[in-house]
Write a new protein. Structure first.
Length: 222
């Protein structure tokens, strides 16, 4: 009798241990699933406006470097070193934003739909420039690069811009149509897009947390 009770007790203990093990395993699986769900996913330019802006900035700077290497002059080495430092900073921003580090994009203005011309700008446009894309030949106050997006170069210093259409010394006014903030800056260097703002200039017109201005009005004012 005593032996039967002992065996019965052992079976109960074994069942309880087995149940506990199963429950514990289930808890472990749930914890693992929860941790996996909380792990941050690396975002691409297609997933995030921030990532798209940073990828475009990186691509524009890389395009500038490629151009300098293809047609070097006495200042090319210094320009390339400067832009490589900018790219390194953009990669730091990509990592901090959860974006794919090193992702590059170019030619964003060619893929964006053209924005409608603003009435206040077209009124002063000469008949021959009604399209608003006359580039360096545009009259003062004329809207240019219609449909272009604007992002940042990652460069420091006082507010300034770089451009692939306007020479150094040209004054551009960039307006973010999503928040109606504007800034007037001088072009100081060459880039891979119509208007690329440096950090100081971009901070004054961007929306919080965004590295790309999708709806931009760019005007040549001097």
């Amino acid at each position: 009798m005593s032996r039967r009770r002992t065996l019965g007790t052992k079976k109960k203990i074994a069942l309880l241990v087995s149940a506990a093990a199963v429950a514990g395993g289930g808890a472990f699986v749930m914890a693992s699933t929860s941790n996996a769900a909380q792990s941050p996913r690396t975002l691409s330019a297609a997933d995030s406006t921030v990532c798209q802006g940073l990828a475009t900035a990186l691509g524009n700077n890389q395009k500038f470097i490629d151009g300098q290497r293809a047609n070097p002059d006495a200042q090319s080495a210094a320009r390339i070193a400067n832009r490589e430092a900018v790219i390194a900073q953009i990669k730091v921003q990509q990592k901090a934003s959860g974006c794919a580090v090193g992702e590059s994009a170019q030619g964003s203005q060619a893929t964006q739909p053209a924005q409608p011309a603003q009435p206040s700008q077209t009124a002063s446009a000469p008949a021959g420039n009604a399209g608003g894309n006359a580039g360096g030949a545009a009259a003062s106050g004329q809207q240019v690069c219609n449909g272009s997006t604007v992002t940042l170069s990652g460069e420091g210093g006082a507010p300034a811009a770089s451009s692939n259409q306007f020479p150094a010394g040209t004054t551009l006014k960039v307006t973010n149509l999503d928040n109606n903030k504007s800034i007037t800056v001088k072009v100081t260097s060459v880039s891979g897009s119509c208007a690329l703002l440096n950090n100081a200039a971009f901070e004054q017109v961007r929306e919080p947390g965004k590295f790309l201005i999708r709806r931009a009005l760019i005007q040549k004012v001097g």
